[in-house]
Structure formats: C-alpha cells, structure tokens
Design a protein around this ligand. Structure first.
Ligand code: NAD
Length: 257
C-alpha cells in the first residue's frame, strides 16, 4: 500500500466537508505564523527563550511584576498589532461563506479570524481588542493601550484609579472565559467534521476540544507542521503549511460544486 499523496489527502479532506452538515474549525498559533506572529512551541519562535513562563505569562506573575509581562509580550504585541490575515484565515472564512463551516474556535489572541471575515468565533484565550484595569475593572480599547505601551514603553495604568491595565488575554492560572468555553463545547458537540489547524494540542483545557469532537462523532482533519497527540484520532492528517493546504481544500470543494 503506497502512502497517499498530498493531493489525495486534500481531496479526502474536501470530501469530508462535502458530506458534512456542521463543520467547525479549531485553530492555534500555527495558523498565524505566516502572518508574521511566532507560535510558542516551534524551536525557532524564541518566545520562551531565557524566560520562566510562570513568571512572565501567569496571572500571579502579572500581579507581582507587570513589567516582566509587558517586556516579554512586547515583540508579540508589536507583530500582532501590525499583522494581516494570511491565506489560511481567508480560506477558513471562505469555507464559512460556502456553507461548510458553522463556527471557528481559536486559541489565538490576534483577532485575525475576524479580520478575515469569519463570523462566529469563540476566542478561548481572549483577545487584544480590550484591556481591563485589574483594580477597578474599567474596560479600555486594547489596541490603543498596546500601541501607547509600544511607543512609551511604560506599563499602562488606569487613569481613574491608577491600577495596572491588563490586556484581555488569558494568562496561565486564569480560568477560560466561561461563555466562550461553553459556546465552543456546544458547537463541538454538534459538529460532524472538525478541522484542526496549527496547534500542538498541548495547552489544556483547549486541547480537550478535539477529543470532545471525536468522542461525540465528528471526523477530524488535522493540518499541522508537526505531529500532534490527536493524530491517531484523525481521519486525515496533513503535515504542511496552513496557508498552502487550506486554499487547496477550498479549491477542491469549488471543483466539486
Ligand atoms: P503552539 O505554539 O503550541 O503550537 C503551534 C503548532 O503549529 C506547532 O505544532 C507547529 O508545528 C504548528 N505550526 C507552526 N506554523 C505552522 C504553519 N505555518 N502551518 C501549520 N502548522 C504550523 O500553539 P497552540 O497550540 O496554539 O498553543 C499555544 C498558546 O499560545 C495558545 O494558547 C495561544 O493562545 C498562544 N499563542 C497565540 C498566538 C496568536 O494569537 N497568534 C501566538 C503565539 C501563542
């Protein structure tokens, strides 16, 4: 038995969508690397080099030393604020317009799915759209706060109470936003196909979502550069760049209509 070619794998993924009634996409940092935003686990990303994740990216670390968080997040924020959706985000939005995708669940905070035109998006780890004072809970425009920080390099403080302002991203040690998580679980239970893109599936509880999809009967398609712990549950696994493989799936679906 010869291994399937890339074209055969792409055609099989397209057929799964064609036969499905409720498609859901689950994405991680790898969907955005071709927009210039590094992921966390690829060896060359550099985001964890010389830092203790629990010191810089946990809620305890943030409360104790907000400068540590802001210094660490600076390169990521700089790239995120200037990033544009790539061909993978656009292909996911196209799958929704074609009627094959009903919802997107993302671990990303970069808002690129909404910029590409996807409409129902569950952002499990928050986003940079807003930022909140951790003392009086006043909400601010997150992009304004980050742009000011990137210019003046000073930890943002609340003009009302002088509390520290934190972007609405979920740090280690914080609960996932309950409405986003429940919404994501609901669409996952309804899905009959789940496309998983650019995630190491190592960050729980988000990584439980594909397992839930498989357990409740969905067929899984995984597109990732590296292997993942869910590969053995998937009907189709394609090791490739999301910005190349996803447009190929859209192209195959266009040929089938
Ligand atoms: P991860 O860094 O753990 O894994 C990324 C995966 O994507 C890797 O397995 C890698 O092989 C794959 N990958 C990288 N580039 C790819 C490409 N072009 N095409 C296909 N696959 C590619 O990411 P994760 O699983 O999302 O977990 C990391 C956490 O970091 C998440 O909680 C996320 O919130 C956060 N994060 C978000 C961003 C963002 O918003 N863009 C960026 C970095 C980290």
């Amino acid at each position: 038995m010869f291994p399937e070619t890339r074209l055969e794998l792409v055609q099989r993924a397209a057929r799964l969508f064609k036969e499905s009634k409720f498609g859901v996409v689950f994405t991680g940092a790898g969907v955005s690397t071709d927009s210039g935003i590094p992921d966390f686990r690829s060896p060359d990303s550099g985001l964890w080099r010389n830092v203790d994740p629990m010191a810089v990216a946990s809620i305890y670390g943030f409360r104790h030393n907000p400068e540590g968080f802001y210094n660490w997040v600076r390169p990521l924020a700089l790239r995120t604020i200037n990033a544009q959706p790539n061909a993978a985000h656009h292909a996911i939005a196209a799958l929704e317009r074609m009627g094959y995708v009903q919802a997107v669940i993302t671990q990303n905070i970069d808002m690129l799915h909404s910029r590409a035109g996807s409409s129902l998006i569950y952002e499990l780890h928050g986003h940079m759209r807003q930022a909140t004072c951790i003392h009086c809970f006043t909400i601010y425009d997150g992009e304004d706060i980050m742009r000011t920080f990137l210019e003046d390099n000073r930890v943002p403080h609340c003009p009302k109470c002088r509390g520290v302002i934190k972007p609405n991203v979920i740090l280690f040690g914080e609960q996932l936003p309950i409405r986003e998580l429940q919404g994501a679980q609901d669409v996952t239970r309804r899905s009959d196909v789940m496309l998983i893109v650019g995630s190491s599936l190592e960050v729980a509880p988000a990584s439980d979502i594909p397992v839930l999809a498989s357990r409740t009967g969905a067929r899984l398609i995984i597109i990732n550069l590296d292997s993942t712990p869910a590969d053995h549950m998937a009907d189709v696994v394609i090791h490739g760049r999301a910005a190349e493989v996803l447009p190929e799936i859209v192209h195959q679906l266009e040929r089938m209509t």
